[in-house]
Design a protein around this ligand. Structure first.
Ligand SMILES: C[S@@+](CC[C@H](N)C(=O)[O-])C[C@H]1O[C@@H](n2cnc3c(N)ncnc32)[C@H](O)[C@@H]1O
Length: 231
């Protein structure tokens, strides 16, 4: 719809960092989200791995990933965000991150398969969530891990949705069950879900799991793969 911004338009990395670092509510939301993302990724990431991060933005998670694995390939739709990220990595002397432009749902130019994929705050904006999730899962090696976030269908999520509407961005909201089912149908055995935000319903759902062997058709037929989901 023409009124809404394109995924690659309107991102201002400086404003973005200002909000999440200097505005108390932004900083509090980011702190809770970061704790949840780190808690899910830390047990999965290994020193020898090649990890794909889609929607790295200003690189809040990129430098953390880069310090914990062999190689990170990042892919973002916004040239402004990519420029900021590349400069940040240069300043920090980080040499094991490749910065590329690309847009979900794809197709994406990738050098995988990858041992893991991280997508924080990016699935919010895609028009076709199932196609985007399939692209991410297809980029994984069998048994590879995925940690992704989706906005929560909660009061806090609705406030966030309204806030995004002022920026001419349309976002989808999901219950824990909906989010888990969508990821599972794409071929990930979801083993953990965390709710992050300022209230009980949170603003962000953080989901983690591993690609199901032979996923795709099998997973879409509804093969059970979820173990010990926390919700
Ligand atoms: C909310 S920011 C999240 C940035 C970072 N992951 C973080 O948590 O701080 C969303 C990022 O996703 C990117 N993005 C939005 N839609 C996208 C799409 N369809 N494909 C790839 N990147 C996209 C934006 O350019 C932006 O950098």
């Amino acid at each position: 719809m023409p009124w809404y911004q394109a995924n690659d338009a309107g991102w201002n990395p400086r404003w973005y960092e200002w909000y999440f670092q200097r505005v108390p509510v932004g900083a509090a939301i980011r702190a809770r989200e970061t704790a949840a993302v780190h808690a899910l990724v830390a047990p999965l990431i290994r020193a020898g791995q090649h990890v794909l991060e889609v929607g790295p933005g200003t690189g809040h998670y990129t430098t953390w990933l880069a310090a914990r694995c062999r190689q990170v390939t990042t892919l973002d739709a916004s040239p402004e965000m990519l420029g900021y990220l590349a400069a940040r990595l240069r300043r920090a002397g980080v040499t094991n991150v490749e910065v590329r432009r690309g847009r979900l749902p794809g197709p994406l130019e990738l050098d995988g398969p990858y041992d893991g994929v991280l997508a924080v705050g990016v699935l919010n904006y895609v028009d076709d969530l199932d196609a985007a999730l399939s692209t991410l899962v297809a980029a994984l090696c069998p048994g590879g891990w995925a940690v992704v976030t989706m906005p929560s269908r909660s009061l806090e999520g609705r406030i966030y949705q309204l806030f995004e509407l002022f920026g001419r961005r349309r976002i989808g909201l999901y219950t824990v069950d909906e989010a888990r089912d969508r990821l599972q149908r794409a071929g990930v055995a979801v083993h953990r879900v965390e709710v992050a935000g300022l209230s009980r319903g949170g603003v962000t759902l953080v989901l983690g799991g591993r690609r199901i062997e032979g996923s795709g058709s099998e997973a879409r037929r509804g093969r059970p793969g979820s173990v010990g989901v926390t919700d």
